[in-house]
Design a protein around this ligand. Sequence first.
Ligand code: GRF
Length: 189
Amino acid sequence: MIGTNKIKTAVFISGTGSNLKALYKFSLKKKSPIKINLVISNYKNAKGLLFSKKKKINTKIFNFNKMILIENKILKELKKRKIKLICLAGFMKILSKNFIKKFKGKIINIHPSLLPKYKGLNTHQRAIHNKDKFSGCTVHFVNQKLDSGKIILQKKVKILKLDTSKSLAKRILKEEHKLFPKAIMKMYS
Ligand code: GRF
């Protein structure tokens, strides 16, 4: 697909932005249906912002403490840039019901567990603690309940005997980087 025909996409981040990087790399491929036009962060020191600046992607930082006010500003920004897809990539804030309603079916999230197991935080720790044999990652649509929207794709990752939450997180993150683009391909195929 040529750049101008691609789906204008915003990526929301809060931290390192390794998923953002993977999505960006994917977006440059001819087969990719998306183009990343905007990166939004709730945290001004998010490492991922350095990457987006380096790649000259428009970036915006919003202080989510004033939720409603900020969301209205974001909605304006998304409208201005004709954004049609939002990818939450390690975005640690919960969007309001109103915001999600306005972008219904157009917000997707990556979550480091095999949903519906382990919604919320500390997923790896919980999977290890429960002696699960597998964990993994999920890309899903965002609806008004936390980590509960329709699943697009999942990838299983084996939990090893000596795994710590850190080592497991690292292996799952690698799979996240592949799963997010794959899920987007599936959505638009
Ligand atoms: C990922 O594991 C994501 O699933 C989780 O936070 C992590 C973010 O990593 N919600 P990064 O910022 O994309 O490197």
